[in-house]
Design a protein around this ligand. Structure first.
Ligand SMILES: Cc1cc2nc3c(=O)[nH]c(=O)nc-3n(C[C@H](O)[C@H](O)[C@H](O)COP(=O)(O)OP(=O)(O)OC[C@H]3O[C@@H](n4cnc5c(N)ncnc54)[C@H](O)[C@@H]3O)c2cc1C
Length: 134
């Protein structure tokens, strides 16, 4: 440990961003991670069928693309294999009754989807809360 200027505990995106900033400032940084897979709650894994990659936790991480960290390091990210995969239906919350609330990039479609949940806000909120509570 004496060989490092900083030790970052955890390789979630906050830990990795911290390590990047410190490294760029010339610090020698060690990142320690308890899991066998880095990335914390932002990682994706093949959880069901081969070739189908799922978000394990966080789904809506689009704001990262507008972050200072992404702007500062994006060239390095892309040079090291980072890629963006975006679709027009990026996510959905499914419910036990077989219905689902789908997220759309198209604002009109999104409004239509929310309107389908009529009355939109209270029912959607209740269903999301029930779903989250398991
Ligand atoms: C189910 C779920 C859904 C979410 N959905 C979204 C979403 O859609 N959009 C969004 O923006 N955010 C979402 N979040 C929140 C987002 O995932 C977190 O804000 C983000 O992951 C926090 O990043 P972090 O680097 O601080 O911590 P984490 O991502 O939690 O990473 C912490 C890391 O530290 C490691 N660690 C912990 N303790 C130790 C230790 N003692 N020694 C070594 N390693 C250690 C862990 O293994 C882990 O890898 C969601 C979170 C959850 C749980």
């Amino acid at each position: 440990m004496a060989d490092y200027d900083a030790v970052v505990v955890g390789s979630g995106h906050n830990g990795l961003a911290s390590a990047l900033v410190l490294s760029r400032a010339g610090w020698k940084v060690l990142v320690v991670e308890q899991s066998d897979v880095p990335g914390g709650a932002s990682k994706s894994r093949e959880l069901t069928l081969p070739g189908f990659v799922h978000d394990v936790h966080a789904t809506n991480i689009g704001f990262f693309l507008g972050s200072d960290t992404f702007q500062e390091f994006k060239d390095d990210f892309f040079a090291n294999g980072f890629g963006i995969s975006a679709g027009d239906q990026p996510y959905a919350s499914v419910f036990p009754d077989g219905d689902a609330v789908c997220g759309y990039m198209d604002p009109q479609k999104m409004v239509g989807e929310l309107a389908r949940q009529n009355p939109p806000t209270p029912r959607l909120g209740r269903r999301c809360c029930r779903s989250s509570a398991g």
